[in-house]
Design a protein around this ligand. Structure first.
Ligand SMILES: [Zn+2]
Length: 257
């Protein structure tokens, strides 16, 4: 039996019911789920991006000083990113994938915490890439960050590719950089096939990402929005929960049915 008022709440019961019926659910996540793991939301007021102008892709390619600054900023974040662990929100989503209610996690986050929580990598679509490794812009060869850090701290030289001498950059999608085609296509296919779409921890302002919830809705899937603050799409959603993410998902997935 439920022990506390929140667990008998109508919103939680409604979400539980929608999830129980779903077998092709899609979960879409933004920064709000990772802030509960201690990762700052760069775009939020007071976040890093309001202090430091983001380095856009054109500047990164054109200027060695911009590349140096990009790597300095990345390594300044290493401790936070390296010690962040999946929270109850990530774990609950992982459980829904395991149970077969959710097939795909589409994320705007670059921290790999969904994979760390146990969602198989081929079920996670990273719309903005990953900051947990780097790739060559010329030939796409993968580089691990630790080796780059050791070298960069010695020389302050931004890394280049051993194979093609191309520029090496974290595997993120920077401002001004094209959205990754394969990820966008996979996200669209999963969304079209979805029988439930749950948007979590995203203000749903940034396009093209914000288009996915609308696409799901248009295709007839119930749309659920779970976010601490109201979003632009609340009025088209079937269910809106303005709550803490980890607590809510934990209650939905683990408490009495
Ligand atoms: Zn290369």
């Amino acid at each position: 039996m439920p022990m506390a008022g929140s667990q008998t709440d109508d919103g939680l019961a409604a979400l539980r019911k929608l999830i129980a019926r779903a077998s092709r659910g899609v979960v879409f996540t933004g920064a709000g789920i990772s802030t509960e793991s201690g990762i700052p939301d760069f775009r939020s007021p007071g976040g890093l991006w309001s202090k430091y102008r983001p380095i856009d892709f054109g500047d990164f390619v054109a200027s060695k000083e911009a590349r140096r600054e990009a790597w300095r900023r990345r390594f300044a974040m290493s401790e936070v990113l390296g010690s962040a662990r999946p929270n109850r929100g990530h774990q609950a989503i992982s459980e829904l994938v395991k149970r077969g209610n959710v097939t795909t996690v589409i994320t705007q986050n670059i921290d790999e915490l969904h994979q760390a929580s146990g969602v198989p990598a081929d079920r996670v679509i990273e719309l903005h890439g990953s900051t947990m490794y780097a790739t060559c812009l010329g030939c796409a060869r993968r580089y691990e960050l630790e080796a780059i850090r050791v070298e960069f701290e010695k020389t302050e030289e931004p890394p280049t590719c051993f194979d093609c001498r191309g520029l090496v950059k974290t595997a993120t999608v920077s401002l001004g950089q094209a959205m990754p085609e394969a990820a966008m296509r996979a996200a669209e296919e999963a969304t079209i096939a979805a029988d439930l779409f749950i948007a979590i921890g995203s203000s749903l302002v940034v396009y093209p990402a914000a288009g996915f919830p609308l696409l799901a809705k248009k295709r007839g899937a119930p749309l659920v929005i779970l976010n601490r603050d109201p979003t632009d799409l609340d009025e088209v959603a079937d269910l809106v929960l303005n709550r803490e993410i980890g607590d809510t998902l934990h209650a939905v997935v683990n408490d009495a049915h």
